[in-house]
Structure formats: structure tokens, C-alpha cells
Design a protein around this ligand. Structure first.
Ligand SMILES: Cc1cc2nc3c(=O)[nH]c(=O)nc-3n(C[C@H](O)[C@H](O)[C@H](O)COP(=O)(O)OP(=O)(O)OC[C@H]3O[C@@H](n4cnc5c(N)ncnc54)[C@H](O)[C@@H]3O)c2cc1C
Length: 262
């Protein structure tokens, strides 16, 4: 099987800070990692290749430093890594990002599956995977929690819903987005990391993938962000202290009585 995994390098933080003056993400001093859901996507690809044979190709559209995310994916066991990077991609929204990824996929050629994460920790839209499937005109199954069956022509996937799950079967090639329940991503050992440090990472530009300049970066991005801000805490919480749980509960009840809630 030929499996393509789209990964994004994101800041390693649960608390994304915004520069109030520029309205952009503060990345300085924040280390970067592979977007956690994309690690599930890589793991899913590796497991399928272990079972059926083939190769896992990881791709990312990003600045030169995104190469490290690709090396981390190679250390996990991916066979090939491609960095799609060009100044023309700066300022891309999700439409332009998924267009560029689609162009890169077209250049890779035949494939059976594309895996993405369900969403990125920083941009957080969850639009790139579905957008990519649309550009390529292939079926998509989002929020995958189990790859139940893969044949030469079809795949059956269990997908997460807010109140349960559903099982969907579709033809290949298709795109799947991964959630964390899909698997436990493997931790690469030191030897794999050392090998990945020296491995080749292919560098593709806008010209290489035959992308139209006016569909890339800022020019190809119809989204305009009116304002970006960190939400302010409206109500301060109060911590109820006490030696024991009983004492704390009694104090809480007193407070609720004083506030005439009880
Ligand atoms: C108006 C606008 C301007 C922007 N300008 C910039 C900018 O100048 N610089 C900048 O860095 N970002 C910029 N962004 C953000 C960037 O384009 C988005 O982060 C990107 O489109 C991915 O969207 P997301 O983070 O919401 O990913 P999601 O849609 O939440 O990601 C879902 C999955 O798609 C895949 N994926 C997402 N992004 C990539 C990628 N780049 N490569 C490979 N796979 C990917 C991953 O598998 C990921 O798990 C901008 C966004 C907007 C809306």
C-alpha cells in the first residue's frame, strides 16, 4: 500500500498565546512538536504497511524548520519525507493549504490512503483534511477510531460520533482523519532517531508541484481574520479550603445558603 500522511508542526503548548498588537501566535521560545493527532495518523499508516507491505510518505507544508517534524516521523518509521516550502505559501489559510497539499499529492502519484489528524492544536479548524479530499475528489472518513478492514479496493472504518460511533465502508483511494483513540503512537528509539537525523528530506517548492501562485499563500486565501484575542476570564473562581472533604462540603453549603442558592 502507498500511504501518505499529512503532518503539521505545532507549538508544544496547551496554552496558545497571542501577541495582542499583531494578533499572531507567539512562537518564540516555544518548542515545536508534531501535531499530536498526526502522530496517531503516522502510527495508523505504519501499522497498515507492517500488515500489508508498502510505504509511508510523510508530507508537510511549512517553513524550513518544519523539517524537524518530518525527521521525527522518519524516526517513527516513515519511509519517505517531503517538505513543501516556498515563500509563496506564506499567509495560507486552510483553502490554500489544502490546495498546496493536493498539488503535492498529485505529484507523488498513485496512492491508496491519505491520513491526516482530525485537527491541528494551533490553527484548530479541522478543515485541511476534508479540504484536501475535496481538491482530490476522493471519499473521506473523519474521526477514525478503528481501521476495521482493508482490502485491495475498499476500507471499513469505525468513526467517533458525539453520542456513539458509526461504521463506514468506502472505496480506495480515500482520506481518513485520526483521533487519539485510534492507536498509541510508538516512541522511536535512539538508533532510529540517529538514523532519521541523516536521512534525506525532499524539498519541494511551488514550481515543483505546479501550483498556481494565485491559489497559494495570502493571494489564494479568502479567509480574513478580523480579530484574534485570548478570552479573558469573566468570573474569578473561589477555592474552598478545609482540612477534610466534609469540612469543605459544609463550607460550600454555608456559602450556597448565604447566596440563597439553597
Ligand atoms: C487567514 C489565515 C492566515 C494564515 N496565515 C498563516 C501564516 O502566515 N503562517 C502560518 O504558519 N499559518 C497561517 N495560517 C494558519 C495555517 O494556514 C493553518 O494552520 C493551516 O491552514 C492549517 O489549518 P489548521 O491549523 O486549522 O489545521 P487543521 O485543519 O485543524 O488540521 C487538520 C490536519 O490537517 C493536516 N495539516 C494541517 N496543516 C498542514 C500543513 N501545513 N501541512 C501538512 N498537513 C497539514 C494535519 O494532518 C492536521 O492534523 C493562517 C490561517 C488563516 C485562516
Amino acid at each position: 500500500m502507498r500511504i501518505i500522511v499529512c503532518i503539521k508542526q505545532v507549538p508544544d503548548t496547551t496554552e496558545v498565546k497571542i501577541n495582542p498588537e499583531t494578533g499572531t501566535l507567539v512562537r518564540d521560545g516555544v518548542p515545536s512538536i508534531i501535531n499530536p493527532f498526526d502522530e496517531n495518523a503516522i502510527e495508523a499508516g505504519l501499522q497498515l504497511v507492517e500488515e500489508h507491505g508498502g510505504e509511508v510518505i510523510v508530507i508537510t507544508m511549512g517553513p524550513p524548520q518544519a523539517e524537524q517534524a518530518l525527521r521525527d516521523a522518519l524516526a517513527m518509521g516513515a519511509n519517505r519525507a517531503i517538505l513543501i516550502s516556498d515563500r509563496a505559501f506564506a499567509g495560507a489559510d486552510t483553502l490554500a493549504t489544502s490546495y498546496v497539499l493536493a498539488q503535492a499529492v498529485e505529484r507523488i502519484g498513485d496512492f491508496d490512503l491519505i491520513f491526516c489528524g482530525k485537527q491541528a492544536f494551533d490553527g484548530d479548524t479541522g478543515q485541511v483534511g476534508p479540504g484536501l479530499a475535496e481538491h482530490l475528489g476522493i471519499p473521506q472518513i473523519t474521526y477514525a477510531i478503528d481501521i476495521e478492514e482493508v482490502t485491495d479496493r475498499e476500507i471499513q472504518v469505525r468513526r467517533l460520533l458525539s453520542d456513539g460511533f458509526e461504521v463506514v465502508r468506502t472505496r480506495l483511494p480515500c482520506l481518513i482523519t485520526a483521533v487519539k483513540q485510534l492507536n498509541e503512537p510508538r516512541m522511536p528509539g535512539l538508533k532510529s532517531r540517529m538514523k532519521a537525523k541523516k536521512a534525506e528530506v525532499e524539498q519541494w517548492t511551488c514550481d515543483c508541484i505546479g501550483a498556481l501562485a494565485d491559489r497559494c499563500g495570502l493571494d489564494g486565501s479568502p479567509t480574513s481574520v478580523m480579530r484574534v484575542f485570548s478570552p479573558t476570564r469573566q468570573v474569578e473562581g473561589e477555592r474552598i479550603e478545609g482540612e477534610t472533604a466534609e469540612e469543605k462540603v459544609c463550607r460550600l453549603i454555608d456559602k450556597l445558603r448565604d447566596a440563597q442558592v439553597l
